[in-house]
Ligand binder design. Structure first.
Ligand SMILES: Cc1ncc(COP(=O)(O)O)c(C=O)c1O
Length: 400
């Protein structure tokens, strides 16, 4: 999970705390009444679950509905994923969210890759560069951050506002042509909300460098119309060095159900599953996930909803002369201050009003002080946050 949790807010009005609302200039009939505080718009949690999930929840509404174990291998869910993603079910490794998959599988792959070659072992012993991680400068910080924290070598790829936050395949090739590595690409990327690289750009490298691992994290891919971007999922069966990961936490609005999966070769699925107990994805979560995948209308609805809510934010953010907001195709928007203020300053101010947003912190020697990221919430939540932003930053450049 994208851990943006900050200190507990000092301002958390509830129904018995109307005076706090007045103190902040919001009358009781305003949007604040309908917004539940604290409001977390920092973790990218999706908003709506597919309507088909409601039918599943109804079926579970009696006292004996959960007494049975789920099927050991969650066959029905793996088959549903197989139908949607175009890979056979035995290529699907399921876990309780994609965060646990990153945590389990990436270190394991790196360890095995190092152990498989004496030269890599030697480099690992000399300077921890036996099998480096390659990741863009702007990315889901947990992967490079954790690797760096345990001393592994992390090579960062240039990726910034000047290039539309895209990664240049030549930069990847310049590295993996000299040394086998694990290339981590979140596509579309968090925190930028944009696709970083296309199949046409990356597939030739996957084919040319079979000893390097290419890990494509598609946590947010469902937000993009498939007419505009091709998923890497169907390529998994062709390339043993390609790993594609997805989750139900975002576009399917099921972060609380904790289901994510990795698409990889069947022997890798078995190797990873053997480290865990069966029955780990419970029956309710599995059935919700199947219903979500099979709902014919959800993703179109969600893409339209996100488009509208992004427009609400962009209109507001354009009013603030000291903020630059970047184009996004997902359920979050990356912004930066241009007047010297920091994302942490804003996050702290919003925390006082009961709202969490995400700052990017620092990883691998990079700091991202002016930046902050807002997750799209429900419409009234977004309008409530905008009302706070109007007060805090709607007044033009900061006077030091
Ligand atoms: C790019 C990316 N991958 C994976 C995850 C993990 O999500 P989950 O464990 O809910 O599937 C996150 C969470 O923020 C993310 O942003």
């Amino acid at each position: 999970m994208d851990q943006a949790l900050r200190i507990q807010p000092t301002y958390a009005p509830s129904s018995h705390d109307a005076s706090a609302i007045h103190e902040h200039g919001l009358d009781e009939d305003s949007l604040a009444d309908r917004v539940e505080l604290p409001l977390n718009l920092g973790l990218n949690e999706g908003t709506f679950q597919p309507k088909a999930c409601l039918g599943v929840l109804e079926q579970f509404g009696h006292r004996t509905s959960m007494r049975r174990y789920t099927s050991a291998d969650n066959d029905a869910l793996r088959e549903a994923i197989s139908r949607i993603d175009g890979v056979p079910p035995e290529y699907v490794f399921l876990h309780n969210g994609s965060g646990p998959i990153l945590k389990q599988v990436i270190p394991d792959l790196i360890k095995r890759s190092i152990k498989s070659s004496p030269a890599r072992v030697l480099r690992h012993l000399i300077n921890k560069s036996g099998y480096p991680i390659v990741a863009p400068k702007f990315t889901y910080g947990k992967v490079p951050g954790k690797a760096a924290a345990i001393g592994l070598t992390v090579h960062t790829l240039p990726c910034g506002p000047e290039s539309g936050f895209r990664v240049d395949p030549a930069d990847i090739e310049a590295y993996v042509s000299k040394r086998d590595a694990l290339v981590y690409i979140a596509n579309p990327n968090n925190p930028t909300g944009k696709v970083m690289i296309s199949i046409e750009e990356l597939e030739p490298l996957i084919a040319k460098y079979p000893k390097s691992i290419f890990w494509v994290d598609e946590a947010y891919v469902h937000y993009i119309d498939p007419d505009q971007h091709d998923s890497f999922a169907p390529l998994v069966a062709r390339y043993p060095n390609l790993f594609v990961m997805r989750t139900f936490s975002f576009a399917y609005g099921l972060a609380g159900a904790r289901v994510g999966y990795l698409l990889t070769q069947p022997d890798e699925v078995l190797a990873q599953a053997s480290k865990l107990t069966n029955y780990r994805v419970g029956m309710l979560s599995a059935q919700l996930a199947v219903a979500a995948l099979e709902d014919p209308d959800h993703l179109d609805f969600l893409r339209q909803e996100c488009k509208e809510q992004r427009a609400v934010y962009y209109e507001a953010l354009a009013r603030y002369p000291s903020v630059e907001a970047f184009d996004s195709d997902t359920n979050f928007i990356l912004c930066r201050f241009t007047d010297g203020r920091t994302g942490s300053w804003l996050a702290d101010e919003l925390d006082k009003r009961g709202i969490h947003i995400k700052t990017l912190g620092s990883h691998c020697g990079h700091t991202f002080e002016p930046y902050f990221r807002i997750t799209l919430g429900l419409e009234h939540e977004n309008r409530f946050l905008i009302a706070q932003l109007d007060e805090l930053i709607g007044t033009g450049p900061h006077q030091a």
